[in-house]
Ligand binder design. Structure first.
Ligand SMILES: *[C@@H]1O[C@H](CO)[C@@H](O)[C@H](O)[C@H]1NC(C)=O
Ligand SMILES: *[C@@H]1O[C@H](CO)[C@@H](O)[C@H](O)[C@H]1NC(C)=O
Ligand SMILES: *[C@@H]1O[C@H](CO)[C@@H](O)[C@H](O)[C@H]1NC(C)=O
Ligand SMILES: *[C@@H]1O[C@H](CO)[C@@H](O)[C@H](O)[C@H]1NC(C)=O
Ligand SMILES: *[C@@H]1O[C@H](CO)[C@@H](O)[C@H](O)[C@H]1NC(C)=O
Ligand SMILES: *[C@@H]1O[C@H](CO)[C@@H](O)[C@H](O)[C@H]1NC(C)=O
Length: 430
């Protein structure tokens, strides 16, 4: 256990605040998930489900072998293993969306990989929090996967930086890729040729979107798929804490600008860098991974973190206004994975937080502090066992961030455990 104080004095940007209590963004009664392809064949794909109440869950897909009904108990959660055939295959539309419907709100996570070297996971954003405009987070060896929940969903992808083949047609920079999806239909776009960086997706009905890299190697030798299920452009934040990661020497932070003139700043130990971004696309910095950073922007921006480690993962960094009050989650189950949580919490609220009914301080393995304006945030890391965990604060008005990541000898995964998002139907501050 170690303790550090990083005094990073920062002007706190005005936070977009959503009504607390009602909105969770990571609990829903309707999810649709899909598994994008990595470079190497996947041998395992699993869906992890947690619920605050015992509930019936119905899984349905036009893809054979998925339909099932399960009773999920609140105290254990559920793990559903799927055939690797469910993984998307090529740059085309397929009927591989998986509907997950429940009587009570549930949290849903996906994890896929092989037995050796590739693995990644994601938080599935419930359908209620989907939108119709997305800026994607990607880089070289780009991957984007889209799924519709209603028939006749028209999707337009435009603004990508280089060419891409989709259903045998070649699209150059400046072209629009337009296609119609039926309910549960997926579309995948991947390109080694260049970047899908800068791509904006528009649709006439809500869509679910996963983006990242199907194959990436920021580390010394191991490659990995790096993906996240991302919130719509209307739900992106401006203030972020990037935690330190175990087993990691340094990390890259990517800011994905959403097209407007924007100033992004990163502060932390030995780092105080600002950059003015004008167009869509990414801005990257590398920094040590043994202490936290405060990232902030004038306008909404997607921030992702990728560690240089055993094998890289992509983390969608939750913004301060996306922090929630309680998180019940099930870790991936692949043998030998070591799982870590990171809690991002104001120091005054730390003592109330419990994990599986115990005070969080009994579990702490690393603790950093970050001063953001006048608030001291604690960044607390702890190992958690494979299985279900519940992290909560008794005061529903207290919010804190929670990130889950894990490693084994050859692969890794990461995702925010939950995101408090405004529902699609609500008016949203830009
Ligand atoms: C970071 O740099 C800005 C200007 O470049 C300066 O105003 C600010 O005081 C610096 N902050 C820290 C914590 O060093
Ligand atoms: C691409 O779609 C946008 C609407 O989203 C439209 O304004 C633009 O003209 C289209 N571009 C091309 C080349 O068709
Ligand atoms: C992109 O993928 C190719 C394999 O298709 C790999 O050789 C290359 O190293 C990858 N690039 C990066 C930056 O990871
Ligand atoms: C990862 O970090 C943890 C905590 O520092 C350590 O116990 C573990 O041995 C490390 N694993 C590897 C593969 O280096
Ligand atoms: C887990 O670790 C043990 C011991 O290192 C090894 O024999 C086994 O193959 C590993 N299992 C997996 C699925 O990686
Ligand atoms: C939470 O905040 C609301 C609105 O500010 C307030 O009415 C309520 O009493 C607070 N609840 C608790 C438990 O502090």
């Amino acid at each position: 256990m170690f303790f550090k104080i990083i005094a990073s004095l920062c002007l706190l940007q005005s936070l977009q605040t959503f009504a607390k209590g009602q909105i969770t963004g990571h609990g829903g009664k309707r999810h649709v998930v899909m598994f994008p392809a990595g470079l190497k064949p996947v041998t395992r794909a699993e869906i992890l489900i947690s619920s605050l109440q015992d509930t019936t869950v119905r899984m349905k897909s036009k893809f054979p072998g998925v339909d099932s009904v399960l009773q999920v108990q609140s105290d254990v959660g559920a793990v559903v293993s799927l055939s690797s055939e469910i993984v998307l295959d090529g740059n085309k539309r397929e009927d591989k969306g998986i509907f997950i419907e429940s009587d009570h709100p549930i949290s849903v996570y996906g994890h896929s990989g092989d037995e050796c070297c590739e693995g990644e996971g994601f938080l599935a954003i419930p359908v209620d929090f989907w939108g119709t405009e997305y800026d994607i987070a990607t880089h070289i060896n780009s991957t984007v996967a889209v799924v519709a929940v209603e028939d006749n969903t028209e999707v337009i992808a435009k603004g990508f930086w280089a060419g891409v083949l989709f259903e045998s047609n070649y699209y150059a920079n400046g072209d629009n890729i337009t296609f119609i999806l039926s309910a549960g239909q997926t579309a995948q776009l991947q390109t080694p040729l260049g970047y899908l960086l800068g791509t904006r997706l528009h649709s006439n009905k809500p869509i679910g979107v996963i983006s990242g890299q199907y194959y990436a190697s920021p580390s010394r030798s191991k490659y990995n798929q790096m993906i996240e299920f991302i919130p719509p452009a209307s739900s992106i934040g401006k203030n972020f804490i990037v935690p330190p990661f175990f087993n990691t020497t340094y990390l890259t932070l990517h800011y994905y600008n959403m097209g407007e003139d924007n100033l992004v700043t990163t502060r932390g130990k030995n780092v105080n860098r600002s950059s003015r971004l004008q167009k869509r696309g990414g801005y990257m910095i590398s920094a040590g991974a043994s202490n936290p950073y405060y990232g902030f922007a004038e306008k909404p921006v997607i921030l992702t973190a990728t560690p240089y480690t055993i094998s890289p993962f992509l983390l969608f960094v939750p913004s301060l206004d996306q922090y929630s009050n309680n998180y019940k989650f099930h870790t991936p189950t692949k043998q030998n994975l070591t799982h870590y949580i990171v809690l991002l919490v104001k120091s005054k609220d730390e003592s109330g937080i419990t994990i599986d009914g115990q005070k969080i301080y009994s579990k702490v393995e690393s603790l950093d502090a970050l001063l953001i304006n006048d608030a001291i945030y604690l960044v607390i890391s702890a190992e958690v066992s494979t299985g279900q965990h519940y992290v909560t604060h008794p005061d529903p008005n207290v919010t804190f961030g929670l990130i889950l990541y894990g490693f084994d000898d050859t692969q890794s995964y990461a995702y925010p455990v939950g995101l408090r998002l405004p529902p699609f139907s609500a008016p949203v501050a830009a």
